[in-house]
Design a protein around this ligand. Structure first.
Ligand code: SF4
Length: 380
């Protein structure tokens, strides 16, 4: 049996960032509390579903993301974690990650995480540069972050990720270098580095349409990406996925489930799942989510059953994000097919130097990482 990831979505934030198109909202405590009641109702239904199907539910990883999970009141967080622990033992997870914003890293929050076997925290920093915070409209306060990280380490948390965002107008190579130094001084074990992307239905997109925001030059963005790659690898991080870097042994097991095209169950409004060859999203509307749960239904939207050719294409799109690439052996055992026969175009791309095969893995040549989309179009 392959790995199974469990994801729980908490769609609440203290403030809304200008670039964010995740399913999230601002809400008062009673609404958040109500959501926790309903997410527990969903857990009750999911537990019954697995029992009725006689399928043991044994997730390998748990990831609580959002939104800002650390923003929900601690007493509600506690009852959610306790309910999860009744369903399956949190202690048996290979990895348990919670996303947190710096201002929520209090000693009470850290104790609660420790008590419930959280093994990894992912901290949304994005940048220490005040200019970046103006553009991103992030409200986090970083003055105590070094102390808070120290508190985490003293509590025994050895594994934490910091999110970094680049490609922010006004930030040149020099300011990104300064930013990187500050990130590295906190000694994270993992860094996720994403470029600022203009998404529709965001404040930034609205500003862009009104000429109040201009994205940075593409060449500068490529140079910044290169700088980040070189700096982090120089500091002992392994560049294991297009946007992710980890110290040896600290790769995100949960995200690897996505990139390996394995199974995951999403719980909560707006969460995504992939089980038994079906991909779906749980309804991303709180009132609808609540009303359907009252009828014993976990509402779905965007449900699609993937054919074998679709699954193989997704395996390629996700797998080539990993710098290690796609295991041809795993492809063979999963689909009973030879990769080079199903995707004959890969031979040309290998000859042209875009792709290569090493130790039975098909991977992008590192100098073409920035052309990944072009190579994928040619390949599938
Ligand atoms: S980026 Fe994170 S904190 Fe900001 S609005 Fe989106 S989910 Fe909330």
């Amino acid at each position: 049996m392959t790995d199974l990831g469990l994801y729980l979505h908490i769609p609440f934030c203290r403030a809304i960032c200008s670039y964010c198109d995740f399913y999230k909202m601002q809400a008062k405590t009673p609404r958040i509390r109500q959501y926790v009641d309903y997410i527990i109702k969903e857990i009750d239904l999911q537990e019954k579903r697995f029992l009725n199907a006689n399928e043991p539910f044994k997730p390998t990883t748990l990831y609580i993301g959002g939104g800002t999970p650390s923003f929900i009141p601690l007493s509600d967080f506690k009852r959610l974690l306790e309910r999860l622990n009744q369903w399956f033992s949190l202690e048996t997870l290979k990895e348990f990650t919670i996303e947190a914003n710096p201002e929520d890293l209090t000693s009470e929050f850290i104790d609660l995480c420790k008590h419930h076997h959280v093994s990894r925290l992912s901290i949304g920093v994005q940048s220490f540069n005040p200019l970046a915070h103006q553009v991103l409209k992030r409200k986090s306060v970083f003055s105590d972050l070094a102390k808070q990280i120290d508190m985490l380490k003293k509590a025994g948390f050895t594994n934490f990720n910091l999110d970094l965002m680049f490609g922010i107008p006004g930030m040149d190579l020099e300011s990104v270098k300064e930013d990187l130094e500050l990130f590295l001084s906190l000694e994270p074990t993992h860094m996720s580095c994403y470029s600022l992307i203009l998404e529709e239905r965001t404040l930034l997109y609205h500003q862009y349409l009104n000429d109040q925001f201009k994205p940075i030059d593409e060449d500068l963005e490529a140079n910044i990406y290169q700088l980040i790659k070189e700096t982090l690898t120089c500091h002992g991080f392994n560049h294991y996925e297009t946007s992710n870097f980890a110290r040896a042994g600290y790769e995100s097991l949960h995200n690897l489930i996505y990139w390996n095209n394995e199974r995951y169950l999403g719980i909560g409004a707006g969460s995504s799942s992939y089980l038994n060859d079906v991909r779906w999203k749980t309804v991303s509307n709180l009132d609808q989510y609540f009303a359907l749960l009252d009828q014993g239904i976990i509402g779905r939207e965007e449900e699609v059953k993937l054919s074998k050719p679709d699954q193989m294409k997704e395996e390629v799109m996700l797998g080539l994000r990993k710098t290690k690439g796609i295991s041809l052996e795993v492809f063979r055992s999963k689909y009973g097919e030879e990769f080079l026969r199903i995707f004959p175009q890969s031979k040309d791309l290998i000859e042209q130097g875009y792709l290569r095969i090493e130790n039975d893995y098909l991977m992008l040549n590192p100098e073409y990482h920035f052309l990944a989309n072009y190579v994928l179009r040619k390949l599938i």
